[in-house]
Design a binder for this molecule. Structure first.
Ligand code: ASP
Length: 410
């Protein structure tokens, strides 16, 4: 018998997880899933988390060093960030339009009677300058220990740049980075092959514990977010794949499938990084480019999160009896873009950053409590979209760079 490919194995695991989850939900066995099945998913995600810092650090340093010049790093960096910002702004607009369509049609349920039960501790925001200062680590071990990805990226940029600047003298360090990275690649491949187990365990758990919520009153907001996710994926990523990446959308989604499914179940872009890398490289992304774009994307590029924040804001506003003005909507687009950049690629982070968007338009942050129970359901879709966006960017930038090189050569 032909061996099943990893995406097929993941798909089977997903379907089996949903089936078992439904059975457990109907039989009242959600506890069994939480106690005995979810831990296997946790083991798998722990393994991924444990290699995330080394993967980001070494893949970025290696990517930068292999580009041979900081000018090239800058050129790829500018294209990457421009792509991220444009797609995220489009995501916000799609999210807002969809939310307004639902709201206008009176589809958002009226939860005002439950507003009293909103309990959610808002996180303090220290302000813009403090956030910028926070990108720069005062102690590298602290950054590694807390898996502070923005700081790890800054460290990689500084080390990568310095290795290039040191030239011949840094040859040993260069070889060391190469050699460590090959070991990490082996480790990643081993862990990735365990992913069907993680997917199965998490799907069973989510469906058995949250199945009722899908059928409950929050269904319409969740549906609204998922329609917006789908529109964004189809409109933006298909177009980007065809126009800039020069591959058919079908081939693109097929190639990204394993990472999308993995993101869907793990709800962490950072943890999905190793799978995204395999998918992007498998579709023809230049490994030099993908080692730079993907870790950066997993940290700052969150189109799904931006959509979620827009939809959730309109929903919460409507629950409070507020209708957003055009000015407030523009504020939502700007703050959701920034908030999504600041969102860490870990489970549930987007909901914490939602506080920033709500604050910007004067909605009490405590009302996040209205959707907190079903955040995981939003998170699955948004993480899936976040990761797809990173992969699409690495394909597009690969093409742009190849074109530039070809022009130069000519
Ligand atoms: N879980 C998302 C991610 O890792 C972030 C979020 O919560 O929005 O991409």
């Amino acid at each position: 018998m032909k061996k099943l490919t990893l995406p097929v194995q993941i798909l089977i695991a997903l379907v089996a997880g949903v089936a078992l989850g439904l059975v457990l939900a109907l039989a009242g066995g959600a506890d069994i899933a939480t106690k005995y099945i979810k831990p296997f998913g946790d083991i798998f995600v722990n393994l991924l988390k444990f290699i995330v810092v080394p993967v980001v650090l070494f893949s970025m340093i290696q990517g930068i060093v292999s580009m041979e010049s900081m000018r090239k790093v800058g050129s790829i960096g500018i294209k990457t960030v421009a792509y991220f910002l444009c797609t995220t702004a489009i995501a916000c607009v799609i999210g807002l339009v969809m939310a307004n369509v639902f709201n206008g049609a009176g589809l958002f349920p009226d939860l005002s009677s439950e507003l009293g039960s909103a309990e959610y501790e808002a996180k303090e925001f220290g302000g813009f300058m403090k956030t910028i200062v926070g990108f720069f680590p005062s102690n590298q071990w602290d950054a590694f220990l807390n898996a502070n990805m923005l700081q790890v990226i800054v460290i990689s940029l500084l080390f990568g740049g310095s290795i290039i600047a040191a030239g011949e003298k840094a040859k040993m360090v260069r070889n060391l980075v190469d050699s460590i990275y090959s070991v990490i690649e082996q480790l990643m491949s081993f862990i990735i092959h365990l992913s069907p187990i993680g997917v199965f365990a998490y799907m069973t758990w989510v469906v058995s514990t949250q199945g009722a919520a899908i059928l409950g009153s929050l269904a319409l907001v969740i549906l609204c977010a998922y329609i917006a996710y789908a529109i964004h994926a189809i409109a933006v990523y298909s177009t980007a794949a065809r126009v800039f990446g020069k591959i058919s959308p079908l081939k693109f989604f097929k190639g990204a499938f394993a990472a999308m499914m993995f993101a869907f179940t793990s709800t962490s872009s950072a943890a999905t990084l190793p799978v995204s890398k395999e998918c992007a490289d498998g579709m023809g992304a230049n490994p030099e480019v993908s080692s730079f774009v993907l870790p950066l994307g997993a940290t700052i590029n969150m189109d799904g999160t931006a959509i979620y924040q827009c939809v959730a804001t309109v929903f919460i506003a409507s629950c409070c009896g507020m209708n957003l003005t055009i000015g407030q909507m523009i504020t939502v687009v700007v703050t959701a873009t920034l908030a999504s950049i600041g969102t860490a690629g870990v489970s549930g982070a987007g909901m914490i950053m939602l506080a920033m968007v709500l604050e910007a338009i004067g909605i009490p942050v405590a009302y996040i409590g209205l959707i907190v129970a079903v955040d995981r359901l939003f998170d699955m879709g948004r993480t899936c979209l976040n990761v797809t966006g990173d992969i699409s960017c690495s394909i597009c930038v690969t093409n742009w760079e190849a074109k530039k090189e070809a022009k130069k050569a000519a």
